[in-house]
Design a protein around this ligand. Structure first.
Ligand code: AMP
Length: 421
């Protein structure tokens, strides 16, 4: 039975039509891949479905942050699965499971694909969105952090984006964070009654998350800063990252409010924002170090650093800066038989396709209608023929840009199309 209403896409997801996918998306993804490979990264594919425990670990607040945003379901064996909300945990798992931990270190890995979050959809926030993700696993050097930031920065700049800004921070490590946590508790506790409801519940479980609160900005402004509480090693690492960014002439500001809710994050944290797109949803890219993650997943302790960039937002940032990328035509040649001549059309199509992408019109519409389609497609060439020409194995090859045409034997089509200026 037909559906009573036409079936539409589900909430918070969208289609990317060919004009967008073959236009800005192709460029953004193409240049992402190129920059990643330029730095010696190799592509890795990991599953979209993962065991829930890969992304939900620990107890209390941390679990809460992670689970409320997730597409989570049970398979028939009642195992809990999730649609990946981000790449990092899956890539770290794969690093061990595919033996990359035995190869040259660090493993430099990149991926492009969808991530999923069950959030309330709004501008710039989707339930299925695309990420370019890069990880360097197996080396604690701060120089890697700086290299990754440089890669992200140059990739965005290479796309022509001008309205971007880089913010960096250090979130410390297991050595210095406990004292900072205590300093935050000492500062916020006397203010507790004045904090928002959310912050009051977060305070005792994870005071760092109070820093994220939009409502409590006036108290957050004066709160102790992590950068004043770093241990010697973390401070030296942070200085090194900043020196290398200066050397690469990458402008950056330190934002001590960039914090991460989960304990496995260590040291460098950074974000790249875009000035012109959607309010709170203007982060194009975020990343940092997660030296505690591998161990938390039950694998040997292994340092790692990476970033994830949101491609949906980068495409929208391009258009907000007036950078237009026109998709190339679906085909360069259109084969236009006058009347219905499927065999001859298929043969002519095969000849043309030896040289250029070719679209064959098999319909029995009028020649005029077919030529209009050729115009709309944006093809440069039309190979036009009637029954008599098909019998003689020739076409009229028309250059739709120049408006000129000449008769051409089928055999000569590949060479003529390749050689055309
Ligand atoms: P995060 O893992 O939250 O730091 O995300 C990394 C990047 O992915 C962000 O900087 C955004 O550009 C993008 N991103 C995250 N969540 C969404 C979403 N729901 N919709 C679109 N892009 C997103």
């Amino acid at each position: 039975m037909p559906a009573s209403q036409p079936i539409k896409a589900t909430r918070g997801v969208r289609d990317i039509p060919p004009s967008d996918w073959a236009g800005p998306w192709r460029i953004v993804i193409g240049q992402a891949t190129e920059s990643a490979e330029n730095y010696g990264n190799q592509a890795i594919e990991t599953p979209v479905i993962e065991p829930a425990e890969l992304v939900e670990r620990g107890v209390g607040e941390s679990t809460d942050i992670v689970t409320k945003e997730m597409f989570r379901f049970q398979d028939r064996g009642e195992r809990w699965l999730v649609l990946r909300p981000e790449f990092t945990a899956g890539v770290v798992r794969a690093y061990f499971e595919t033996g990359l931990n035995q190869g040259p270190q660090p493993a430099r890995l990149y991926s492009v694909g969808p991530s999923f979050r069950a959030e309330r959809p709004q501008a710039g926030r989707y339930r299925q969105f695309y990420q370019f993700n890069v990880e360097a696993i197996g080396d604690p050097s701060p120089a890697l952090d700086a290299e990754l930031i440089e890669m992200a920065w140059n990739w965005l700049g290479g796309l022509g984006l001008g309205e971007v800004s880089l913010q960096v921070n250090s979130v410390g490590d297991a050595k210095c964070r406990p004292a900072y946590r205590q300093a935050l508790l000492d500062y916020f506790r006397p203010l507790k009654a004045q904090l928002s409801h959310d912050s009051q519940t977060r305070l005792e479980v994870n005071p760092l998350r109070v820093l994220d609160s939009k409502e409590d900005q006036r108290f957050v402004e004066a709160a102790p800063r992590i950068t004043d509480h770093l241990c010697e090693d973390c401070k030296a690492a942070f200085d090194e990252v900043r020196r290398l960014l200066d050397q690469a002439q990458i402008p950056h500001t330190v934002n001590p409010r960039i914090v991460r809710g989960l304990d496995y994050y260590t040291r460098t944290a950074f974000e790249i924002h875009h000035q012109l797109i959607g309010g709170a949803q203007n982060a194009l890219c975020g990343g940092g170090r997660y030296d505690g993650l591998a161990e938390e997943l039950g694998w040997p302790a292994t340092p790692g650093v990476g970033f994830a960039a949101g491609l949906d937002r980068i495409v929208s940032a391009l258009s907000s800066e007036g950078i237009e990328v026109i998709a190339p035509p679906a085909a360069e040649v259109i084969v236009v038989p006058d009347g219905y001549q499927p065999e001859a059309a298929a043969v002519v199509g095969r000849f043309c396709r030896q040289a250029l992408p070719t679209w064959v019109d098999y319909s029995d519409r009028s020649l005029r209608a077919k030529m209009r389609t050729a115009g709309k497609l944006g093809a440069r060439w039309a190979a036009i023929f009637n029954a008599d020409e098909a019998a003689r194995q020739v076409v009229q090859l028309r250059d739709l840009n120049a408006g000129e045409q000449r008769e051409m034997p089928w055999d000569d089509l590949p060479a003529a199309l390749v050689q055309a200026p």
